[in-house]
Design a protein around this ligand. Structure first.
Ligand code: NAD
Length: 249
């Protein structure tokens, strides 16, 4: 018996092979969920869904496009009859210093990380309200908490801090409908968002600053998402869970 048997889950930005979304999708599938993998590229989303098993679906969805979010949620609700879980995972970073952030940089980072979280949540909330159950898990970041992104830039820190505020406000508003909203704050996790941007020296110095002495794995975040998505966390809402190897101690 899986922790997510008979549950239907949507995960945004989950096509990236080494990403947190794909690892979460795989773990949810292993625990019995049927998963929709959303991402910018339809072929990549379909391939990622096929990779975790045949009952799963991959769909193109740009989370900054409200109409696209609404259309995908409507399609999945019609197919499944319900939507139990949403993981707002899609995100982008830009390694810029404060004076280098142009309006277009600010808009792009805020749009994907924060506006996308709102739009996709708005797309599934009516179904969750109707069912009187649901779990929304939002990906924030240690960058929101320590005000410094290794790669993200100040606008990324601002967007991810916004995700925390939005999560708590949604949690408060939706609690009477038994829809829970929680956030995960990953520390340094080795994925494409971090890979390729670091020299070996930078990597060594980052890991030296982590009390547990290692970078996180995508599976570390997936495990936390499984807890928050499942009934194991039935009385948790409005929380933020740090998955950072002790980086804030
Ligand atoms: P990743 O780059 O591997 O994956 C992000 C995915 O989002 C990609 O597949 C990309 O195509 C997709 N995406 C980008 N813009 C999109 C859009 N407009 N609509 C839909 N999909 C879009 O990144 P990751 O490391 O797996 O990060 C996942 C989440 O975790 C992000 O929100 C990120 O900010 C957050 N996070 C990551 C780390 C880390 O160290 N890796 C740390 C803290 C927080």
């Amino acid at each position: 018996m899986g922790l997510l048997d008979n549950k239907f889950a949507i995960i945004t930005g989950a096509a990236s092979a080494r990403g947190l979304g794909k690892a979460t999708a795989k773990l949810f599938a292993e625990h019995g969920a049927t998963v929709a993998i959303l991402d910018l590229d339809e072929a990549a989303a379909k391939a990622a869904a096929a990779d975790i098993g045949e009952r799963h679906v991959g769909l193109a969805c740009n989370v900054t496009d409200k109409a696209a979010c609404d259309a995908v949620a409507a399609e999945l609700k019609a197919k499944w009859g319900r939507i139990d879980i949403l993981v707002n995972n899609a995100g982008i970073t830009q390694p810029l210093k404060i004076m280098d952030i142009a309006a277009a940089n600010y808009d792009a980072v805020l749009d994907v990380n924060l506006r996308g979280t709102l739009y996709m949540s708005q797309a599934v909330i009516p179904a969750m309200r109707e069912q009187k159950s649901g779990s929304i898990v939002n990906l924030s970041s240690v960058s929101a908490q320590r005000g410094g992104g290794i790669f993200g830039g100040p606008h990324y820190s601002a967007a991810k801090a916004g995700v925390l505020g939005l999560s708590k406000a949604m949690a408060r508003e939706l609690a009477p409908a038994n829809v829970r909203v929680n956030a995960i704050c990953p520390g340094f996790i080795a994925t494409d968002i971090t890979g390729g941007k670091l020299t070996p020296d930078m990597l060594t110095s980052i890991v030296e600053g982590i009390p547990m002495g290692r970078a996180g794995e995508a599976s570390d975040v997936a495990g936390c998402a499984l807890f928050l998505a499942s009934d194991l966390s039935a009385y948790c809402t409005g929380t933020e869970v740090d998955v950072n190897g002790g980086s804030l101690i």
